[in-house]
Design a protein around this ligand. Sequence first.
Ligand SMILES: [Zn+2]
Length: 248
Amino acid sequence: MRRLIYSPIIKIQRLLRRKSRYWPPRLPGRGIEIGARDRPIPGIQPLYVDRFLEFAGSKCPAHVLADGSQLPFRDSSLDYVASSHLLEHLANPAGAIVEWYRAVKPGGIIYMIVPDRRLTFDCCRQRTSIAHLIEDFDRGTTASDSTHIDEFFDYVDLRALNPSITRGQVKAFPEEHRALHHSAAREGRDVNIHFHVFEREDLVSLLRALGEHPRARLRYEILDVRSFFPPDAGNGFLIAIRSRKPDQ
Ligand SMILES: [Zn+2]
């Protein structure tokens, strides 16, 4: 039903994409895009940061090989940190945002495009609560954490995730992959799932909570919030913030 409601809006967005004032973004200066893979954000000239040179058979643009949650950049050294369809893959997204805030200059921009839960294969999953995200931040949840795996496989729309799955495989496929992911976590290897799912307001609330958290104390202003973003895909949202941390 949600797809029926939203798909005409996404089609209109696609028709209007060349007229959008907000896409491609304007991000001047020295900045990074994390995890761009085969879909880099157009119109910007970042240093690309990725954990891999190649992933799932595709080359990753990577000037800097690093974990996006542990950046090898000095405090307050970047004009912007950009990411698209990355935050949902992180076991500790609040920790990543705090790390990006550390690395941007006062006045620097954190630019995040995140899939809207309702418009993806995550549509049957519950919105992740802010309390949960703060708990992950407080306990430093890592990518080999096993506690998110079952919720993902219990509720993900597998046929939307992988259209090549046949009706006959719908029951066996998740159980096989659930076991493989638990095995990876037991061995301390990274788990690659959408750890959490978001709607636009959730990320706004998370940023607000990080403004009040004693280990984060984010000082920022919201520059832009857009739904059905980017206009040529339409299945996510944009939140761009400017750091208001004091000059050092
Ligand atoms: Zn979590």
